[in-house]
Structure formats: structure tokens, C-alpha cells
Ligand binder design. Structure first.
Ligand SMILES: [Zn+2]
Length: 701
């Protein structure tokens, strides 16, 4: 099986190509079609988006519970008065409704309203962001317009329509099936209207998700599509290896009963289940690709955004049919609708959206989050998203307006800044999808240790492994990456042989990409001290004396094997589908061991060191043309610690070039205060001024 099969096949290379912009990522640019390159290029200058409501009046009425003057409210939300007010507050993109999935006939009048609104928005020198519902079909009106649509809906194993999993009282919403080309063709008509009639600048596809088992679609198109994919993806011999037989004519999506509940399945080893997950993820990616190709054809300036959810602890390939690695090559923006506020909790958990932001940066995407929930959320967004994203709904809160002002004034600190992160954490599709409770948890814990230790890191997915260069990626971390293909093992061996540092934990490499148990540990040539199937998936077992990290030098490369990543305290109870909510987002007990391993494996000093309390997070970027490093500092414990002093920072420059100046920017003192520094060898050493919620340090050379 080649790597392409491993990552899910037919990805089309679009994501890889887009990464070509990312010289700082040092990922090889390889592969094929390039139609995502440059799509919506204006977004490179950042995004300040706000609305306006995205709900149509038709939906508000059908949902019920509205105010009696809902119509007037809706008209006001699209009015020039609201748009002008947002513009005056610094908003550059106006978000509004276009299509909620009642069918174009039922929504025609309000879609025409949006055409007029777009003209106003453009006349005022702004851009428009239009809402299109992805995963709904309001059948009461839709079937009137398009009777064939009765065959386009998702239905469960009993043939009943699959329903929304939230909201109650919305049984008027069926879900369309993305294996059904007739439905996709219908949705293209909506997209065409958005680009050609509305002249939209930005398409927001909402509800970009499928439902968790047992609510996956079992319609005819899905069954035949699934079987066909197995025939195309694998040769007859490979099908025999995969399933034990060649003929897949009667293979079905998974079924469940009262004693076999999908939400209690901890490890997914059934090959058909694994392939079904892959099929669902690929179906969503393929449907998005079709939209992206159409949009590209109609107008390459239109930004494409999906609300797929970000990294919030879900096993999203399994329960939502979304694999970010297959989607984010087609998008420039995505939503993370998590409602957990960034904060530092009393038990020492730094809760953040940093993972989501980092995944977005890897794929050159911008994230939309609810930044208006707190000043820390806005600060975090600027620090890790490098722009505002979604400012909220009019009227905007004062804090948001203040930060928009700061961002617009200091925009050159953000535009064309590249993340500088010599440490990479692999989020392995197979490992995390088939064993979220174990591999997923280790990833969360390792990332948490890095965040709280203020180590500059990036998140990568399987496709990036082959492009890692030991010249820029000093340490690759495999957090209990149980499943590695033979090809991935060889890639990692080459990386270490070229001088790379590897930190692997727990059961990394003990399984292949189908989660078959390897006879010999996959990383046996690299790691010292890993035994086959040591079986310790439990996070709350104290480290035994013999389970200390094991270091190994291999030529110019270095490896560390860490036998356990220990959850600090009792492990929270299992959640349905083994979702890893914020109760799991805790720095592991042996975090210092992990950090020491990273420092040693790096073989040289990391480019920045920030000594600050645990509730302060850091992000490091570089603007090569402006010859400076940029260090962003965020305070996650603003209420208890509104003023952090004596943050001591050491920062190296490329090739030890002498530092010419250090400055500090913050929303309250935003003109760039000069900071004294001294050189110690190739490092500039200085103390940041008092930090409130957010500060930016520039180190020029
Ligand atoms: Zn279907």
C-alpha cells in the first residue's frame, strides 16, 4: 500500500500544492493539480468579518419562537445602517445569509435581498461573506420544488431519514446525501447564484459534517459508492489482504444493536468499519472539491470556508466524516464553533484553541472562532491566527473594537509572518481515528505540555511526513502514533539519518496503517527500550523505575523513547465516542521528562525561550523580509493575574546576526515601546514589560 492509499487516496494533491507557499514549513511541494493555489488571494492580508445575522426570515419563522417583529429585525440586520456601523468599527467583510436549504424557489425573495445587500456592501468598499447551508434539506418546501429530492436524503439502516443531532424541534430538516450527484449538482446551482448573481467574495458552508453512527447514511448511492470505492482503491489481491475476500458486492456500512453501541467502541479494528470511515471522509472531501472547482472556474477571488469544527477533542473522521487533511487544501478559512472559553482553570489546565489555530496555519487557513467571549480569546486569536477572523455580530463589544483598531494599526506585524516552529507533532489519521482514547489522548497531552512549556511547535498530518527536513524541523514527535505504514517508518528513518531528532512515546509504530499488529516494532531500528505490545494504554499508571525515557544517538540523529505519557490525576470518565473534551486537556504528570527529551533531541538550542507563568502562552513567528522575529504573548488567567511582570525572554537570530532592536506592542500601549536587551552569544536577552492580556515583541536583526 502506498502513502497515498494510507492518507485516503484521491486527495488530488490540492492540499500539498497549497503548502507550496509554506517555505517556512519546509514541507516538500509535490503532486498534481494546483487549482487551490491563489484562490481567494485577498485573504492573505487578513480577515475582519462580522454580521448581520446569517438566518433567513423563512428559517426564523419555520423554527418558531421568534419575536413578532422578526421580519423588521431581519431587514435591519441587512441594512446599510448596520453595514456602515460595522465598517466604522473597522470591519472589512460583512457576513449575511444567502441560502438555508429550503430550496431556491422558496428562498428566492430573500436571496434577491442578499443580491441587493451585496451591492451596498461593495459600494461601501467592503467585501461580502454569504452563508450557504451544507448539510440540511428543509424538505417541506424542497420536495415541492424538486420531487426527485426524495431520493437525495440520508437515510439510516431502517430506511428512515437521518435527523439533525441538535436543536430539537427541527425535524423539518432532513440531511442530503453527498454520495448523490444529483444533490451535489443542485447545490452547485446555489453556489453559482452566490458567485454570479450575488457576486460574493466569500462563501461560508455551514454544518460541514455528517452524523455519528448509527446515523450514517445507508442509501443506495452510499452502498454502491462504498463498494465501488473499495474496488478502485484496492486491487483484487489487496482486497483479499484487507478483507479476506475479493468480491465486495455485498459489503455494507456498519450496523449496530443494543449491546453493540458505536459510541462505546474504543478501538476500531474491523476493516470494513475503517474503510467506511474513509469513504465518508472522502465523500465529503470530494463534494467540497466539486464546489471548489466550480468556484475556481467562476471566480478565483472567492474565499471558501467550511464550518467543520476544528480540533476540539472529537474523533472527527469517525463521528463527523471530516478529515481536516482532506478538506483544508480546498479552503482558505474554517470555523471552530467550540464554546469553551480560553482560560487557565483552577486545576492548572490551560484551555485554548491553539491546536485548531496551528492546524489552520499548517494548511494556510484562517480560523473563525467566537473571539468576543473574552479578551483572552481575542488575544489568542491575534497571537495564533494572526488576524481577527470573526469579530461577531453587530453591535460589536468594546473589547473587540479595541483589538480591531490595534490590529489594523499594527497590521504589518501580522501579514506575511511565518510560524517559526522547529518542533513538529504528528497527528496521525490512522492512529487517532482507530484509537482516539489512546493515541488521541496522547496527542492532546503532548500538545498540552508543549503549549504550557512555551515550546514553538507545529501540527502536521501524514502527508507532511515525507517533506520534513532535519535542517528546519529539529524534532519530530510521535505521540503514541500507534499506526505507521512501512513507508512512513522508512521516511522517519531517513529523517533521523539526516540528523533529525525523534521523540516517540508509548506504542508508536507497533501497528501498521490498518492497525494490524506488527511482529517487530516498526521503529525498532530507531528506538531503544520499546518492547512489543507493552500494553500500557492506561494514562494513570505511575511510571515504574524501568520505564524511564531511553535516549539513543544514531549518526548525526537522536531519538528518545518515552514509555508512558501519564495523565496527571484520575483519568476523567470515558465520554461517548471517547471524545476528549477539555477535562482531558491537562499537562501530563511527566511533562518535564518530555520537555527534556525534546531539548536533547533537538541537538541545539531552540530559537526562543520564554520564562513566564504556566498561564502564559507564546507563539513565535518570523518576517524574513523585515528581518525580525515576532513573539506573541497571551495571558490565559486575566481575572486572577491581570498583570504579569518579569517575563524573561531569550531569542536567537538566524546565523547569529547581531540584534539591532527589541520592541514591545500591546493594545493599550500600541506604538512599539523600545526594550533594553543584551547579547549573550548569539542570543538577545531581555525582559518583556508588564503583560496584561496580550503583547507582541519584535526582535530585529
Ligand atoms: Zn447516502
Amino acid at each position: 500500500m502506498n502513502r497515498r492509499d494510507f492518507v485516503g487516496t484521491v486527495v488530488g494533491g490540492i492540499g500539498l500544492v497549497k503548502l507550496g507557499a509554506g517555505a517556512a514549513f519546509c514541507l516538500d511541494v509535490e503532486d498534481t493539480a494546483s487549482h487551490a493555489v491563489g484562490q481567494g488571494a485577498w485573504i492573505k492580508n487578513g480577515l475582519i468579518d462580522a454580521g448581520g445575522s446569517h438566518e433567513t426570515y423563512l428559517f426564523v419563522v419555520r423554527r418558531g419562537g421568534q419575536r413578532v417583529d422578526a421580519r423588521e429585525i431581519g431587514v435591519h440586520e441587512q441594512s446599510e445602517e448596520v453595514i456602515r456601523k460595522l465598517k466604522d468599527q473597522g470591519v472589512e467583510v460583512f457576513h449575511t445569509h444567502l441560502y438555508k436549504s429550503f430550496g431556491m424557489a422558496a428562498e428566492k425573495a430573500e436571496m434577491e435581498d442578499t443580491v441587493r445587500t451585496a451591492a451596498t456592501v461593495h459600494r461601501l468598499g467592503m467585501k461580502i461573506d454569504t452563508y450557504i447551508q451544507w448539510d440540511s434539506m428543509m424538505y417541506e418546501t424542497f420536495f415541492v420544488e424538486e420531487p426527485r429530492a426524495k431520493d437525495w436524503i440520508q437515510c439510516d439502516a431502517s430506511g428512515q431519514p437521518v435527523m439533525l443531532e441538535y436543536g430539537y424541534q427541527q425535524s423539518f430538516r432532513y440531511l442530503p446525501c453527498f454520495s448523490n450527484q444529483e444533490f451535489i449538482d443542485y447545490l452547485k446551482k446555489v453556489v453559482r447564484f452566490a458567485v454570479s448573481e450575488v457576486k460574493t467574495d466569500f462563501i461560508h458552508f455551514d454544518n460541514f459534517t455528517l452524523s455519528a453512527e448509527p446515523n450514517s447514511c445507508h442509501c443506495g448511492a452510499c452502498k454502491t459508492g462504498f463498494r465501488q470505492r473499495l474496488r478502485i482503491k484496492y486491487s483484487a489481491d489487496e482486497r483479499k489482504s484487507r478483507f479476506g475476500f475479493e468480491n465486495v458486492d455485498y459489503v455494507n456500512p456498519p450496523r449496530w444493536n443494543g449491546t453493540n453501541r458505536p459510541e462505546k467502541m474504543k478501538v476500531i479494528t474491523d476493516p470494513v468499519f475503517q474503510e467506511w470511515i474513509d469513504y465518508r471522509c472522502q465523500t465529503m472531501a470530494d463534494a467540497l472539491r466539486q464546489m471548489a472547482e466550480l468556484i475556481r472556474l467562476l471566480n478565483p477571488e472567492v474565499v471558501i470556508e467550511i464550518n467543520y469544527g476544528g480540533i476540539v477533542g472529537y474523533n472527527s473522521p469517525w463521528i463527523r466524516g471530516t478529515d481536516p487533511a482532506r478538506l483544508l487544501g480546498y479552503t482558505q478559512v474554517f470555523w471552530d464553533e467550540s464554546d469553551s472559553k480560553p482560560e487557565f482553570t483552577a486545576d492548572g489546565r490551560l484551555l485554548s484553541a491553539i491546536r485548531t489555530y496551528k492546524m489552520a496555519r499548517t494548511y494556510r487557513n484562517i480560523v473563525l472562532t467566537y473571539i468576543s467571549v473574552s479578551e483572552t480569546a481575542i488575544a489568542e486569536c491575534l497571537a495564533f491566527n494572526q488576524t481577527i477572523g470573526f469579530a461577531g455580530v453587530s453591535p460589536l463589544p468594546a473589547n473587540v473594537v479595541k483589538y480591531i483598531g490595534f490590529y489594523r494599526k499594527q497590521r504589518e506585524l501580522y501579514v506575511e509572518a511565518e510560524d517559526l516552529a522547529p518542533v513538529a507533532v504528528l497527528r496521525s489519521y490512522a492512529s487517532m481515528t482507530y484509537s482516539n482514547a489512546s493515541a488521541g489522548l496522547s496527542a492532546i497531552l503532548v500538545e498540552q505540555a508543549l503549549i504550557q512549556a512555551k515550546i514553538p511547535f507545529r501540527l502536521i498530518t501524514d502527508e507532511h511526513l515525507a517533506g520534513l527536513s532535519s535542517a528546519t524541523c529539529k524534532v519530530l514527535i510521535l505521540p503514541n502514533v500507534e499506526c505507521l505504514s512501512d513507508e512512513q517508518v522508512q521516511t522517519i528513518e531517513r529523517y533521523v539519518a539526516a540528523g533529525g531528532g525523534l521523540v516517540a512515546t508509548e506504542d508508536s509504530g507497533l501497528y501498521d496503517a490498518w492497525r494490524r499488529i506488527r511482529v517487530e516494532p516498526g521503529l525498532t531500528n530507531l528506538l531503544k527500550g520499546q518492547t512489543q505490545m507493552h500494553g500500557s494504554n492506561s494514562k494513570n499508571v505511575a511510571l515504574a523505575a524501568e520505564s524511564q525515557p531511553q535516549r539513543r544517538e544514531l549518526g548525526s540523529g537522536r531519538t528518545v523513547y518515552i514509555p508512558a505519557i501519564d495523565f496527571d490525576g484520575p483519568l476523567p470518565p470515558d465520554q461517548p465516542y471517547f471524545t476528549l473534551g477539555t477535562e482531558f486537556w491537562k499537562r501530563p504528570k511527566n511533562w518535564q521528562e518530555l520537555v527534556n527529551a525534546i531539548f536533547w533531541a533537538a541537538g541545539e538550542k531552540l530559537p526562543v525561550s520564554v520564562v513566564a507563568p504556566d498561564f502564559v502562552a507564546m507563539n513565535l513567528l518570523e518576517q524574513t523580509a523585515k528581518r525580525r522575529h515576532i513573539i506573541h504573548l497571551v495571558n490565559y488567567d486575566l481575572e486572577r493575574n491581570p498583570s504579569v511582570v518579569n517575563i524573561s525572554i531569550r531569542c536567537t537570530t538566524p546565523e547569529g546576526k547581531p540584534v539591532t532592536g527589541v520592541r514591545f506592542y500591546a493594545p493599550d500601549t500600541d506604538d512599539g515601546q523600545r526594550i533594553d536587551f543584551r547579547m549573550e552569544g548569539s542570543e538577545a536577552v531581555f525582559t518583556a514589560p508588564r503583560l496584561h492580556a496580550y503583547g507582541v515583541v519584535t526582535v530585529n536583526w
